[in-house]
Design a protein around this ligand. Structure first.
Ligand code: FAD
Length: 412
């Protein structure tokens, strides 16, 4: 029996940040857009600290009001702690022009807000519809299973895979390539922190390095409801040394960082079960193919340390929407040149800093006592997500020489 066929201009797989923002951009262009999302929202997701650069895409997509009205925790920077050293960056004092503030968000609400915003703008949003199979080509087709178990086909002029860590097209089309980062894992939960009012700058994410292991770090992300997201990132060989329940293991690791021990002394740990993700770094042979492009985590995912994931997801959505606008207007678009290359340029910037972080060099830079204010503002711009601003010498630093020189100066 042949399956029912529906059509749309652009079909988007996944209603995470990449999918919803792409849908909003395409609706602004007047395209018909269908988003197929296998889960029912709101649903938990990790990735709770945004970067100011992401606000530019939220605003351009017409979703700023939705996000502002949701009442998330305001964010203006990042605090770093290592042993008895503490330093912080205020994202409003940065080299690149643009937004200097953003939010720390519970992703269940944030993703729902973006998806509903795209729906309000006219995207057809179907929850609990799972894409099972894909046929790329001039008019790509996907096979979908509805919540009632019925299968049907959607045919589109273009397909955007925004399926996140599920990495649907990379898996189905054999595009997956190993990341060159070692396998790392994260153990995390939400806690009610019970910190006395005024004792803790809730407007900043706290990134703490383990006192003895330079490549083990913790995030503490305050929310507007009195809770924090608390996580630790390490290689599995480190995590395996801790026994007991996941909660006991997480608490034992957190207790090894003196600043976190103090900060969370009165915390309640029963807000949410502890979760674990291992081996999230991923890459693909190509971000584009016949009739499709990969957005956000469905393409490349680096590492969580600089909270760059959602920003990269939004950037990919914006680049794809720009390419599609020209393609629907009859232009021939070179997707490698106009989508993959510009996206990867910023990802490479983040990659240089992530590699330097784990090797310890970037940590020496941020804790250096005599930072030149102009250099600090350039570094701050990258931490704020402005990884595509080639006026910043540390973005235009394609071979990483400038960063290496700074590492050497700061390690002296
Ligand atoms: P997702 O948000 O994963 O959305 C994909 C959607 O596709 C999901 O809703 C899924 O249900 C749906 N889907 C999957 N398969 C199908 C299918 N077959 N059919 C239909 N729907 C499907 N980023 C930050 O910006 N800040 C942070 O602080 C941060 N912290 C992180 C911490 C950790 C430990 C990790 C691992 C990542 C972190 N990230 C962070 C990264 C962030 O989680 C991701 O980059 C971001 O969620 C990517 O968004 P996305 O839209 O590409 O995918």
């Amino acid at each position: 029996m042949s399956l029912r066929i529906e059509t749309t201009d652009v079909l988007i797989i996944g209603a995470g940040p990449a999918g919803s923002v792409a849908a909003a951009f395409l609706r602004q262009q007047g395209r018909s857009v269908m988003i197929l999302e296998r889960q029912q929202f709101p649903r938990f997701s990790i990735g709770e600290s945004l970067l100011p650069q992401s606000m530019e895409y939220i605003e351009a997509a017409g979703l700023l009001r939705d996000v502002v009205e949701a009442g998330f925790q305001y964010k203006n920077g990042a605090t770093f702690a290592r042993g008895d050293q503490t330093t912080w960056f205020d994202f409003r004092d940065k080299f690149s022009p643009g937004w200097g503030t953003t939010y720390q968000v519970q992703r269940a609400t944030f993703d729902d807000v973006l998806a509903r915003g795209a729906e309000r703008m006219g995207a057809e949003l179907r929850f609990q519809h799972e894409v099972l199979a894909v046929e790329p080509g001039e008019r790509p087709r996907v096979t979908v299973r509805s919540p009632e178990g019925e299968e049907y086909v959607v045919e589109a002029a273009f397909l955007l895979d925004a399926s996140g860590f599920a990495r649907l097209l990379p898996r189905l089309l054999d595009l997956e390539r190993p990341s060159n980062f070692p396998v790392r894992g994260a153990l995390f939960t939400h806690v009610r922190d019970n910190t006395p009012a005024g004792s803790f700058d809730r407007n900043k994410i706290v990134i703490t390095t383990h006192p003895e292991h330079v490549d083990v770090w913790y995030w503490t992300i305050p929310f507007s409801n009195g809770c924090c997201s608390q996580g630790v990132v390490a290689e599995p060989s480190f995590m395996e040394k801790y026994t007991g329940t996941d909660l006991e293991r997480l608490q034992a690791m957190v207790a090894e960082a003196p600043n976190l021990r103090r900060l969370l002394v009165n915390a309640e740990w029963d807000v949410m079960p502890v979760r674990q993700i291992v081996g999230y770094s991923a890459n693909v042979s190509s971000l584009v193919g016949p009739g499709y492009a990969l957005l956000g985590n469905a393409g490349e995912f680096l590492d969580p340390v600089f909270s760059s994931g959602v920003t990269i997801a939004f950037k990919s959505a914006q680049l794809a929407a720009d390419c599609l606008e020209r393609q629907f207007a009859g232009e021939t678009v070179d997707w490698e040149q106009d989508f993959s290359e510009p996206l990867r340029m910023g990802v490479r910037t983040f990659r240089r800093f992530v590699e330097s972080w784990y090797a310890g060099g970037f940590q020496n830079i941020i804790y250096h006592q005599d930072q030149q204010p102009e250099v600090k503002r350039m570094i701050c711009a990258i931490l704020a997500g402005y990884a595509w601003d080639r006026n910043n010498p540390y973005v235009a630093d394609d071979n990483g020489r400038r960063l290496r020189v700074l590492e050497e100066l700061c390690s002296a």
